[in-house]
Design a protein around this ligand. Sequence first.
Ligand SMILES: [Fe+2]
Ligand SMILES: [Fe+2]
Length: 141
Amino acid sequence: MSVQWEEKYESGIDWADRQHRELVDYVASLVRAMEQGEGGVETIKIIKFLLGYVVTHFGDEETAMDENSYPGIAAHKEEHLNFKQMLTTFKVELDTSGASHHLTFKARKALVEWLSSHIAGTDRELALFLKEKAFKQEHLH
Ligand SMILES: [Fe+2]
Ligand SMILES: [Fe+2]
C-alpha cells in the first residue's frame, strides 16, 4: 500500500494541513523511489528536498509555538530534531549501501510510524491548543 494522505492527519489549521499534505507527498515519493530500487542520485535528491522542506515546516510550527507560549514546545521540538536525524541517517546509509531491501523496509516503517505519531498525534495536539487559544481570544474579550 502506498503512503498517502489520511484523515487522521487533518488538524483543521489551514497552513499546517497544506504543509502536511506536501510532506506526506514527499515521503510517498521517497518510499516509492526506494521501493523501485533507485538507490542512487534520485533518491538522495528526494531526501535532500525533504530535509529542506521540513526545515521550513518545522520552523513555521516552532514559531507558532513560541509566539503562543505553547507548554509542550520542548518535547515537540525534540521530535522534529529526531525526524531530521532519521532522514540524515537514511541518506548516509543510501550513500554507502544503496536502497537495499532491508533499508527500504526499515525506512518505510519508520517514516510511516513518524507520520502517524507526529502529524496525527503531536501536531494535532498543537493544533488543538492553537485553535482553543484563538477561540478564547475571539470570544472572551
Ligand atoms: Fe510538528
Ligand atoms: Fe507538522
